[in-house]
Design a protein. Structure first.
Length: 343
């Protein structure tokens, strides 16, 4: 049975755990990100990196069409992969990097191997996986003619201290807080759909050739991180489990238009009790809460540059006119006004 720890205990255990032969040091984050950069450039079959700025690098793969890039800002490292492989590849990174982060795959089917962890991961489109600790050697097998579109975010322990609660309350905090002395990777069971939408926005952005481009990349990255940890600080233990489940479904499955009957079956509570308890504990009706989740997601996507028609389709609205009406009523301004501001 895994044990949960406070963030302070998590940091202390990570730093105090005896270091086996192949364990990396818990060094400062600048050193960590430099390891990431040198690890990528020296081990990926001759990949050539262009250092556009001190904290931003673009790399070109041999035998591939496309690029990979890496942007380090504050205590976060973002890396994007957007390329197609012309030949089958076996990539190896022998740098024992300290990893606390996520990977989001939009396109691509390939396999990761973690020999030191005795773990393999098969990567599929629309998948999120979490990683923690010193993972040791990492190998990847990429088939011929594979299109790869993915993003990753790495963050340090100090950032986790601010983002996570003192005790594990859901999938994300359970992963990062349980057995912190043990390196691990894990596929998320039900990631919020908005993570994929924001990842697509990141992949659509051009290289960070100037400060404005980098600010847009940083803004969407922070939005993604916010959504990843959005539910971490809710008072889960003061609210019935069925209501927490209903909130989670409405927050993460914003693309769906759930009926109260469907929701009641999913959480195991009859419709009457669900409506009554949901209003009591959240202050909103189920319909109002669902609209709030959709409108907040819409604002994030529009602010990131997605066109209103695409946002409406992603959120399950039957037409742009109706979406515009709902958005304007909720926020007090039109979706197009956000597009005008971004020009």
């Amino acid at each position: 049975m895994s044990q949960s720890y406070t963030i302070l205990e998590f940091k202390e255990i990570c730093m105090m755990t005896p270091k086996p032969t192949n364990t990396c040091e818990m060094s400062n984050f600048n050193s960590f990100s430099q390891l990431r950069e040198t690890g990528l450039s020296s081990n990926m079959n001759g990949i050539t990196f262009t250092h556009c700025k001190p904290n931003y690098h673009v790399g070109i793969f041999p035998h591939c069409n496309g690029y990979t890039d890496l942007y380090r800002f504050n205590r976060i490292v973002l890396f994007r992969n957007n390329y197609s492989s012309n030949t089958a590849q076996h990539l190896i990174n022998e740098k024992n990097l300290l990893n606390f982060g996520i990977n989001i795959t939009i396109k691509g089917r390939f396999d990761f191997h973690f020999p030191d962890l005795h773990t393999d991961i098969s990567v599929f489109p629309m998948q999120v996986w979490l990683r923690r600790g010193c993972l040791g050697v990492v190998e990847a097998d990429i088939p011929n003619q594979t299109i790869i579109q993915s993003v990753g975010l790495d963050f340090d322990v100090q950032l986790l201290e601010q983002l996570l609660p003192d005790k594990a309350v859901n999938e994300i905090s359970q992963f990062f807080l349980a057995s912190p002395d043990q390196a691990a990777v894990q596929i998320m069971r039900k990631p919020p759909p908005v993570l994929f939408l924001l990842a697509e926005q990141l992949l659509d952005l051009p290289h960070g050739s100037n400060e404005f481009d980098l600010l847009k990349i940083e803004s969407i990255s922070l939005n993604l991180l916010t959504h990843l940890f959005a539910d971490q600080t809710h008072h889960y233990h003061s609210v019935p489990t069925q209501i927490v489940m209903a909130q989670h479904i409405l927050d993460t499955e914003v693309i769906q238009n759930h009926t109260i009957r469907q929701l009641s079956k999913q959480v195991g509570l009859n419709e009457c009790d669900l409506k009554k308890q949901f209003k009591h504990h959240t202050g909103l009706t189920i319909a109002s809460y669902a609209k709030k989740a959709k409108m907040e997601t819409a604002l994030v996507l529009l602010s990131s540059g997605m066109r209103p028609i695409k946002v409406a389709n992603h959120l399950g609205y039957c037409n742009l006119h109706y979406f515009t009406k709902v958005f304007t009523t909720y926020h007090g301004y039109t979706p197009n006004s956000l597009m005008d501001e971004s020009k």
